[in-house]
Design a binder for this molecule. Structure first.
Ligand SMILES: *Cc1c(COP(=O)(O)O)cnc(C)c1O
Length: 378
């Protein structure tokens, strides 16, 4: 099998599984119990918190463990808007966010909050002037994803953060696709909150974190026991947390080499597709792009058919994002780029990972050439 869907999830690294194993087995103590057996779990959780904090240049007390990217996004938006509602009820986001942000905004709108969704240019980047213009006296929060999960476009985080800082607005970023893959600079970007998810960087599924800058007055997300400084109750997922920290450590220690290698493979793959397959063109931004992301529009082809035929040939790719593939709606991200429905239905996303080889990509290229020809005749 050729796996080209790393934006949907990544395999759990063997070293990560090995780090987790003891916490399913002989070290199963509850991290909130006072005896030494439980305190071994506490120590593992706090070491993991330190490891993750160090990758961001943050304080360990600013890292809150969650069940993943979706929960972190929900927490960041709901808890902030609620806590600051006496100050204002307006927030700003973009038209290309993941559903974890988009549907949370829909919920907030039903609760009487106002949300401005910024448009993007053809490559998927917002216009900083439009952000500036959208800020009102009652704007509490700006939430802009660092890198998009479908087209891989990376935003100008520094410019966005500068505006947020100058205008005194809180800044959250969904960095689920970015964390562990490209450098993140929370200080330079003036970020107050950042969401990440373990399974997007070779860690376990069902474990993520929210970075929350010291001093933020957000509401607590899950009410119960006193875990995560009382802000996110529930017995800690010790194996998950330990595994995620191991995965973070591995990703950050080899980030530059991994990114360069993936980017090199990516660029050659894109070049071959666009020059050898008639009607194929790259979607998104060439320069500001995640190292592993390839999104191609095959004019005149139904992407869902291509995905099925590629699957039969042993290649896993996706049409739109994993979360969209069950619905008949065209991708809101591709629509936001200005595509027609027909164009949006013709795009496939292929996302490379650190184990992807040149041989896998040349097999995929060969298969694509063949299938596109067949589908065009059909
Ligand atoms: C995967 C993803 C999420 C959701 O993360 P989960 O851990 O799967 O809940 C949120 N935002 C983006 C950009 C993602 O790619």
């Amino acid at each position: 099998m050729v796996y080209l869907d790393h934006a949907a999830t990544t395999p759990t690294a063997p070293q990560v599984r090995a780090a987790m194993e003891p916490y399913y087995n002989r070290r199963y103590g509850n991290a909130s119990t006072p005896y030494e057996f439980g305190q071994m779990s506490r120590e593992a959780v706090e070491n993991a918190r330190k490891t993750i904090a160090d990758t961001l240049g943050a304080e360990p007390s600013e890292i809150y463990f969650t069940s993943g990217g979706t929960e972190s996004d929900n927490w960041a938006l709901k808890a902030t808007m609620e806590a600051y509602s006496s100050f204002g009820r307006h927030m700003i986001t973009t038209k290309i966010e993941h559903h974890a942000i988009g549907n949370t905004c829909e919920y907030l709108k039903k609760r009487g909050f106002e949300v401005t969704e910024l448009p993007v240019d053809q490559s998927g980047r917002i216009f900083p002037e439009q952000l500036e213009y959208a800020i009102r006296p009652d704007t509490v929060l700006i939430s802009v994803m660092c890198a998009n999960n479908e087209i891989g476009t990376i935003q100008d985080m520094k410019a966005i953060g500068e505006i947020a800082k100058r205008r005194g607005v809180l800044f959250h970023t969904d960095a689920v696709q970015a964390y562990g893959h490209i450098p993140i600079d929370i200080a330079g970007w003036n970020v107050h909150m950042l969401s990440a998810s373990g399974h997007k960087f070779y860690g376990p599924k069902g474990c993520g974190f929210l970075y929350m800058k010291q001093g933020l007055r957000t509401e607590n997300m899950i009410h119960g026991g006193g875990q995560e400084s009382g802000r996110r109750a529930g017995t800690e997922n010790v194996p998950g947390i330990v595994g995620m920290a191991k995965a973070a450590q591995m990703s950050f220690s080899r980030m530059k080499e991994t990114a360069e290698r993936e980017q090199d493979l990516r660029d050659r793959f894109i070049h071959h597709i666009c020059t050898e397959i008639p009607g194929a063109y790259l979607v998104g931004d060439f320069e500001h792009r995640l190292p592993g992301n390839v999104n191609i529009c095959f004019q005149g082809i139904e992407a869902s058919n291509l995905v099925l035929l590629l699957d039969e040939a042993g290649v896993c790719v996706s049409a739109g994002s994993a979360c969209n593939s069950a619905s008949a709606e065209p991708s809101h991200v591709l629509k936001a780029l200005g595509m027609s429905d027909a164009q949006a239905y013709s795009c496939i996303r292929m996302t490379l990972g650190r184990e992807t080889t040149a041989a896998e990509l040349s097999y995929t290229l060969k298969t694509l050439k063949y299938l596109v020809k067949i589908l065009k005749k059909g």
